[in-house]
Design a protein around this ligand. Sequence first.
Ligand SMILES: O=P(O)(O)OC[C@@]1(O)O[C@H](CO)[C@@H](O)[C@@H]1O
Length: 358
Amino acid sequence: MTAAEITGNPPGSFAWGVLHDRHPRLIAQVRDGLPYPPEIGRALDELAEEITGEIRPLPGWEEYAGRSWYDVPFLWAESCFYRKLLVAVGYFAPGPWQGVDPFEPVKSAELRTPELADDLAAFATRSDEDALLTASLWGNRADLGFRLSAGQADGDGALLVDQSPLLWSLLTDADTVCVVADNSGRELVPDLLLADHLLVTGRAARILLHVKPCPYYVSDALLTDVVAALRRLSESHDAGPRLERAMRDGRLQVRAHPFSCAPWSYHRMPPDLAADFASATVTIMKGDLNYRRLVGDRRWVPTTPFEEVTAYFPGRVAALRTMKCDVAVGIPADAVARLDASGEQWRSNGAHAVIHVR
Ligand SMILES: O=P(O)(O)OC[C@@]1(O)O[C@H](CO)[C@@H](O)[C@@H]1O
C-alpha cells in the first residue's frame, strides 16, 4: 500500500506555507543572528531569490535542479533548502565560518529561557517514568522552526494514540535502545532525562543517541547541542553529571550518521545505519521530521496502520511525535471523523500527538 508523495503544492497547503513563508523568514533570522561578512550576506540574498523560482544545481543535489521548489517532493525541497543555507553561510568551506552553526544563537537563547528553567524545576520533582515519557513527547512541540510560523506552543495537547504500555514492556532489561533525537534545548533535555532513567533503572544497558551531523530544520540537535544540554542540566539536576559519565564509559553513545540529514525516508537507509537499528531492542524516533522519514512523506489515509507502513524497518520501532505537518497514519477512524468535522488544522497545528509502537 502506498500514497502520493507530498509536494509544495497546492497553494495554501501546509507544505506550501513552509516553502513560501517559513523559509524566507528563516533566511532573515539567520542573517540577523550572527555578524556575517558582505559575501555571506550576498549569498543569503541569492538564496532568498532562488527559493522564489527554480532550484539551482548543487553538487550532490542534482535530482530536481531546474524545477520549481513547489513541484518536487516536499521532504527533498526542505532538506535541500537547509543544505543551501549552510552552503550560503560558509558552513562547509574552509575559512572562518566553517562549522559555525547558523542556528546557534536561537538554540543558545532557548537554553536560557524562563520556560526551560520552569521545565527543569518541574523535572527536579517529577520522577515517575510516564511523566518523563510525556515530557519527552511534548518537548517536541517546542521546535524552533515550527515556532517561526506557529508562535509559542506550550503544555500538553491531546494524545490521539497512546501505545506507551507496549513501549514500556519493550523497555525491560533491554540491551541497546536507539533514540533518534530531534530538537535540541527543550526537547533534548527531557530526552536526556529519559535516557538517564532508562540507564539508572536498568531498563536499558546502553543508549545510542542519534543526532544530526550538521545543522538542520533550525533546532535539530548536534553533538554540540547534547554537550550544551548536559551542561545546562548539570546546573540543577544530578542526571547531568551521571549522563556525562555514561558518555565517558560508553553506556551513552552519540551517533551522527550522514543519512540523518538526507532528503529521503528511512526506506533508503544505508546498511550500517540499518544494522544499528536492527541491533537495538527498540528504536525510539523522536519528532515530526523523523516520523515523516519513518512512514514516508506521503498523503496517507490517516487510518492506514502504523505497523503496515513501518513493516520495512529493521527491528522494533516506536515514534513519539507531536503532529506538525500533513502526514498522519495509525489514527482511529472515529478520531479522524471527529477532528475532520472540527475544522481544526489537527494534522499540523502541534496540538495533537501520538505514541506509536511496532
Ligand atoms: O521534526 P520536528 O522538529 O518535530 O518538526 C519539524 C517541522 O517543524 O518542520 C517541518 C516543516 O519545516 C514540519 O514537518 C515539522 O513541523
